[in-house]
Ligand binder design. Structure first.
Ligand code: SF4
Length: 275
Protein backbone atom coordinates (compact mmCIF):
# COMPACT_ATOMS: atom_id res chain seq x y z
CA UNK A 1 0.00 0.00 0.00
CA UNK A 2 1.30 3.44 -0.90
CA UNK A 3 0.81 6.47 1.30
CA UNK A 4 0.71 10.03 0.14
CA UNK A 5 -0.31 12.96 2.31
CA UNK A 6 -1.71 15.39 -0.18
CA UNK A 7 -0.92 18.63 1.67
CA UNK A 8 2.61 17.57 2.66
CA UNK A 9 4.18 15.35 -0.02
CA UNK A 10 4.80 16.24 -3.60
CA UNK A 11 3.43 13.80 -6.18
CA UNK A 12 7.00 13.05 -7.28
CA UNK A 13 7.66 11.55 -3.81
CA UNK A 14 4.95 8.95 -4.20
CA UNK A 15 5.90 5.30 -4.45
CA UNK A 16 2.94 4.39 -6.61
CA UNK A 17 1.25 1.09 -7.29
CA UNK A 18 1.25 0.72 -11.08
CA UNK A 19 0.57 3.90 -13.04
CA UNK A 20 -1.84 5.60 -10.70
CA UNK A 21 -2.24 9.06 -12.05
CA UNK A 22 -0.90 11.90 -9.85
CA UNK A 23 -4.13 13.64 -10.79
CA UNK A 24 -6.09 11.13 -8.71
CA UNK A 25 -3.73 11.34 -5.74
CA UNK A 26 -3.80 15.13 -5.79
CA UNK A 27 -7.55 15.49 -6.33
CA UNK A 28 -8.20 16.19 -2.65
CA UNK A 29 -10.73 18.91 -3.42
CA UNK A 30 -12.73 16.59 -5.70
CA UNK A 31 -12.97 14.07 -2.88
CA UNK A 32 -13.86 16.71 -0.29
CA UNK A 33 -16.56 18.21 -2.53
CA UNK A 34 -18.06 14.77 -2.99
CA UNK A 35 -18.48 14.46 0.76
CA UNK A 36 -19.93 17.95 1.11
CA UNK A 37 -22.39 17.25 -1.73
CA UNK A 38 -23.42 14.18 0.22
CA UNK A 39 -24.26 16.37 3.22
CA UNK A 40 -21.18 15.45 5.26
CA UNK A 41 -18.75 17.75 7.07
CA UNK A 42 -15.29 16.27 6.45
CA UNK A 43 -12.42 17.29 8.71
CA UNK A 44 -8.77 17.64 7.67
CA UNK A 45 -7.46 15.50 4.81
CA UNK A 46 -5.18 12.79 6.20
CA UNK A 47 -3.76 10.81 3.32
CA UNK A 48 -4.12 9.65 -0.26
CA UNK A 49 -3.60 6.00 -1.11
CA UNK A 50 -3.05 4.57 -4.58
CA UNK A 51 -5.41 1.64 -4.98
CA UNK A 52 -4.31 0.42 -8.40
CA UNK A 53 -3.53 1.81 -11.85
CA UNK A 54 -6.63 3.98 -12.06
CA UNK A 55 -7.95 4.52 -8.55
CA UNK A 56 -6.98 6.46 -5.43
CA UNK A 57 -8.55 6.70 -2.00
CA UNK A 58 -8.61 9.93 0.02
CA UNK A 59 -9.10 9.89 3.78
CA UNK A 60 -10.59 12.72 5.86
CA UNK A 61 -11.32 12.97 9.57
CA UNK A 62 -14.99 12.27 10.22
CA UNK A 63 -16.30 14.61 12.86
CA UNK A 64 -19.32 12.51 13.77
CA UNK A 65 -20.77 11.96 17.23
CA UNK A 66 -20.08 8.39 18.37
CA UNK A 67 -17.42 7.76 15.69
CA UNK A 68 -14.23 8.84 17.43
CA UNK A 69 -11.20 8.04 15.24
CA UNK A 70 -13.25 7.15 12.15
CA UNK A 71 -12.45 8.55 8.73
CA UNK A 72 -14.28 9.28 5.53
CA UNK A 73 -12.80 7.44 2.59
CA UNK A 74 -13.52 8.71 -0.91
CA UNK A 75 -12.41 6.52 -3.82
CA UNK A 76 -11.71 8.37 -7.06
CA UNK A 77 -11.30 6.63 -10.41
CA UNK A 78 -9.82 7.67 -13.75
CA UNK A 79 -9.52 6.05 -17.16
CA UNK A 80 -6.98 6.03 -19.99
CA UNK A 81 -7.42 8.75 -22.60
CA UNK A 82 -9.48 11.10 -20.45
CA UNK A 83 -8.86 13.64 -17.67
CA UNK A 84 -12.24 12.97 -16.15
CA UNK A 85 -12.33 11.89 -12.49
CA UNK A 86 -15.19 9.77 -11.22
CA UNK A 87 -16.24 9.48 -7.59
CA UNK A 88 -16.65 5.74 -7.11
CA UNK A 89 -17.40 5.38 -3.43
CA UNK A 90 -17.91 7.25 -0.15
CA UNK A 91 -17.50 5.14 2.95
CA UNK A 92 -16.89 5.60 6.67
CA UNK A 93 -13.94 3.52 7.89
CA UNK A 94 -12.22 3.09 11.28
CA UNK A 95 -8.85 4.81 11.52
CA UNK A 96 -6.04 4.29 14.01
CA UNK A 97 -7.43 4.24 17.56
CA UNK A 98 -11.04 4.26 16.32
CA UNK A 99 -13.68 3.27 18.81
CA UNK A 100 -14.81 -0.18 17.65
CA UNK A 101 -17.20 -2.79 18.89
CA UNK A 102 -15.52 -5.99 20.16
CA UNK A 103 -14.79 -8.53 17.45
CA UNK A 104 -17.85 -10.62 16.64
CA UNK A 105 -17.91 -14.00 18.34
CA UNK A 106 -20.63 -16.48 17.39
CA UNK A 107 -22.97 -17.24 20.25
CA UNK A 108 -21.93 -20.88 20.25
CA UNK A 109 -18.32 -19.82 20.89
CA UNK A 110 -19.27 -17.25 23.52
CA UNK A 111 -21.23 -19.47 25.85
CA UNK A 112 -19.21 -20.95 28.66
CA UNK A 113 -19.50 -23.10 31.74
CA UNK A 114 -21.97 -21.71 34.25
CA UNK A 115 -23.92 -19.58 31.75
CA UNK A 116 -26.94 -21.88 31.69
CA UNK A 117 -29.69 -20.69 34.02
CA UNK A 118 -33.06 -22.14 34.94
CA UNK A 119 -35.41 -22.01 31.95
CA UNK A 120 -32.62 -21.47 29.38
CA UNK A 121 -32.44 -23.76 26.37
CA UNK A 122 -29.08 -24.93 25.05
CA UNK A 123 -29.49 -27.36 22.17
CA UNK A 124 -26.52 -29.47 21.14
CA UNK A 125 -25.63 -28.94 17.47
CA UNK A 126 -26.74 -31.73 15.11
CA UNK A 127 -23.08 -32.52 14.44
CA UNK A 128 -21.94 -32.00 18.04
CA UNK A 129 -18.79 -34.14 18.28
CA UNK A 130 -19.66 -35.01 21.88
CA UNK A 131 -22.62 -37.05 20.70
CA UNK A 132 -23.30 -39.86 18.24
CA UNK A 133 -26.63 -41.22 17.02
CA UNK A 134 -27.84 -44.23 18.90
CA UNK A 135 -27.10 -47.69 17.53
CA UNK A 136 -23.48 -46.71 16.91
CA UNK A 137 -20.76 -48.47 18.80
CA UNK A 138 -19.15 -45.96 21.14
CA UNK A 139 -16.43 -48.33 22.21
CA UNK A 140 -18.04 -49.07 25.58
CA UNK A 141 -18.13 -52.66 26.72
CA UNK A 142 -20.93 -54.00 28.86
CA UNK A 143 -20.48 -57.55 29.93
CA UNK A 144 -22.91 -59.81 31.72
CA UNK A 145 -21.42 -61.81 34.52
CA UNK A 146 -23.00 -64.98 33.15
CA UNK A 147 -24.74 -66.21 30.01
CA UNK A 148 -28.07 -66.14 31.86
CA UNK A 149 -28.39 -62.59 33.20
CA UNK A 150 -30.69 -61.83 36.05
CA UNK A 151 -33.89 -60.45 34.42
CA UNK A 152 -33.91 -57.63 36.99
CA UNK A 153 -30.60 -56.37 35.66
CA UNK A 154 -31.73 -56.17 32.03
CA UNK A 155 -33.50 -52.83 32.41
CA UNK A 156 -30.46 -51.31 34.04
CA UNK A 157 -28.17 -52.58 31.28
CA UNK A 158 -30.60 -51.30 28.63
CA UNK A 159 -30.21 -47.85 30.05
CA UNK A 160 -26.45 -48.13 30.13
CA UNK A 161 -26.18 -49.05 26.47
CA UNK A 162 -28.50 -46.23 25.54
CA UNK A 163 -31.71 -47.93 24.49
CA UNK A 164 -34.45 -45.33 24.39
CA UNK A 165 -32.05 -42.43 23.80
CA UNK A 166 -31.67 -40.89 20.36
CA UNK A 167 -28.10 -39.80 20.89
CA UNK A 168 -25.33 -41.15 23.05
CA UNK A 169 -22.06 -39.79 24.35
CA UNK A 170 -19.33 -40.21 21.76
CA UNK A 171 -15.86 -41.42 22.52
CA UNK A 172 -14.61 -37.83 22.11
CA UNK A 173 -17.31 -36.55 24.45
CA UNK A 174 -16.41 -39.13 27.04
CA UNK A 175 -12.66 -38.51 26.75
CA UNK A 176 -13.13 -34.74 27.02
CA UNK A 177 -15.30 -35.11 30.11
CA UNK A 178 -12.82 -37.49 31.71
CA UNK A 179 -9.96 -35.07 31.07
CA UNK A 180 -11.97 -32.14 32.46
CA UNK A 181 -12.87 -34.04 35.61
CA UNK A 182 -9.32 -35.30 36.07
CA UNK A 183 -7.89 -31.78 35.72
CA UNK A 184 -10.65 -30.14 37.77
CA UNK A 185 -11.34 -29.42 41.42
CA UNK A 186 -12.01 -33.10 42.13
CA UNK A 187 -8.94 -34.47 40.37
CA UNK A 188 -5.66 -35.66 41.93
CA UNK A 189 -3.84 -32.35 41.33
CA UNK A 190 -6.27 -30.29 43.42
CA UNK A 191 -5.11 -28.82 46.72
CA UNK A 192 -7.57 -30.98 48.65
CA UNK A 193 -6.32 -34.20 47.02
CA UNK A 194 -2.68 -33.34 47.54
CA UNK A 195 -3.28 -32.78 51.25
CA UNK A 196 -5.30 -35.98 51.70
CA UNK A 197 -3.88 -39.15 53.23
CA UNK A 198 -6.21 -41.52 51.39
CA UNK A 199 -7.74 -41.72 47.92
CA UNK A 200 -11.38 -41.97 46.93
CA UNK A 201 -10.90 -45.39 45.34
CA UNK A 202 -10.52 -46.89 48.83
CA UNK A 203 -13.24 -44.82 50.47
CA UNK A 204 -16.54 -46.27 51.62
CA UNK A 205 -18.35 -43.17 50.35
CA UNK A 206 -17.10 -43.71 46.78
CA UNK A 207 -19.63 -45.02 44.22
CA UNK A 208 -17.78 -46.01 41.00
CA UNK A 209 -19.33 -44.97 37.69
CA UNK A 210 -20.43 -47.69 35.32
CA UNK A 211 -19.14 -48.20 31.79
CA UNK A 212 -15.82 -47.13 30.38
CA UNK A 213 -15.18 -44.62 33.17
CA UNK A 214 -15.69 -47.20 35.88
CA UNK A 215 -12.02 -47.51 36.81
CA UNK A 216 -11.24 -43.82 36.95
CA UNK A 217 -14.27 -41.97 38.35
CA UNK A 218 -17.08 -42.26 40.80
CA UNK A 219 -19.55 -40.19 42.79
CA UNK A 220 -18.90 -39.08 46.34
CA UNK A 221 -21.74 -39.84 48.74
CA UNK A 222 -20.36 -38.07 51.78
CA UNK A 223 -22.48 -35.06 52.66
CA UNK A 224 -19.49 -33.44 54.41
CA UNK A 225 -17.20 -33.83 51.41
CA UNK A 226 -17.72 -33.77 47.61
CA UNK A 227 -21.27 -35.02 48.01
CA UNK A 228 -22.95 -35.71 44.65
CA UNK A 229 -19.88 -34.74 42.61
CA UNK A 230 -17.96 -36.90 40.19
CA UNK A 231 -14.54 -37.42 41.74
CA UNK A 232 -11.44 -39.03 40.33
CA UNK A 233 -10.51 -42.35 41.92
CA UNK A 234 -7.20 -40.61 42.68
CA UNK A 235 -8.88 -37.67 44.42
CA UNK A 236 -9.14 -37.74 48.18
CA UNK A 237 -10.14 -35.67 51.16
CA UNK A 238 -9.94 -35.62 54.91
CA UNK A 239 -13.41 -37.17 55.26
CA UNK A 240 -12.28 -40.51 53.82
CA UNK A 241 -14.03 -43.38 55.56
CA UNK A 242 -10.70 -44.76 56.84
CA UNK A 243 -9.57 -41.59 58.58
CA UNK A 244 -8.89 -42.75 62.17
CA UNK A 245 -10.99 -41.21 64.93
CA UNK A 246 -9.34 -38.64 67.20
CA UNK A 247 -7.78 -39.67 70.49
CA UNK A 248 -10.47 -39.72 73.11
CA UNK A 249 -13.15 -40.21 70.47
CA UNK A 250 -14.11 -36.56 70.03
CA UNK A 251 -12.85 -33.45 68.27
CA UNK A 252 -10.79 -33.12 65.15
CA UNK A 253 -8.57 -36.04 64.11
CA UNK A 254 -5.98 -33.47 63.10
CA UNK A 255 -5.22 -32.31 66.69
CA UNK A 256 -4.80 -34.06 70.02
CA UNK A 257 -7.35 -33.13 72.62
CA UNK A 258 -6.16 -30.46 75.08
CA UNK A 259 -5.94 -31.95 78.56
CA UNK A 260 -6.68 -29.10 80.95
CA UNK A 261 -6.41 -31.47 83.90
CA UNK A 262 -2.63 -31.65 83.49
CA UNK A 263 -1.48 -28.49 85.26
CA UNK A 264 2.04 -27.42 85.95
CA UNK A 265 2.40 -26.37 89.60
CA UNK A 266 4.52 -23.23 89.88
CA UNK A 267 5.79 -21.97 93.27
CA UNK A 268 4.37 -18.60 94.23
CA UNK A 269 6.89 -15.79 93.91
CA UNK A 270 8.16 -14.28 97.18
CA UNK A 271 6.80 -10.84 97.84
CA UNK A 272 9.33 -8.07 97.42
CA UNK A 273 10.25 -5.91 100.43
CA UNK A 274 8.48 -2.58 100.34
CA UNK A 275 9.52 0.86 101.48
S1 SF4 B 1 -15.44 -38.64 51.29
FE1 SF4 B 1 -13.62 -37.76 50.37
S2 SF4 B 1 -12.31 -39.53 49.98
FE2 SF4 B 1 -14.39 -40.30 50.26
S3 SF4 B 1 -15.29 -40.41 48.23
FE3 SF4 B 1 -15.87 -38.44 49.09
S4 SF4 B 1 -14.26 -37.06 48.36
FE4 SF4 B 1 -13.49 -39.15 48.11
Amino acid sequence: MVLHTGEVSEPSDIDRIGDTSPRLLDAVDVARDALIDDGQHPGPHRRSVAEGDWAAAHYFDADLAGYRGWQWCVVLAGAPGTDEITVSELVLLPGDGALLAPAWLPWADRISTGDLAAGDLLAAEPDDPRLVPNQIDTGDEFRFSSDEPDPDEVGQVDGEIGLGRRRLLSRDGRDDAAQRWYDGDFGPASEMARAAQFSCCSCGFYIPLSGALHAAFGACANEYAADGRVVSAEYGCGAHSDVPPPKGGEGSPAYDAYDDGALEIVAAAQSLPTG
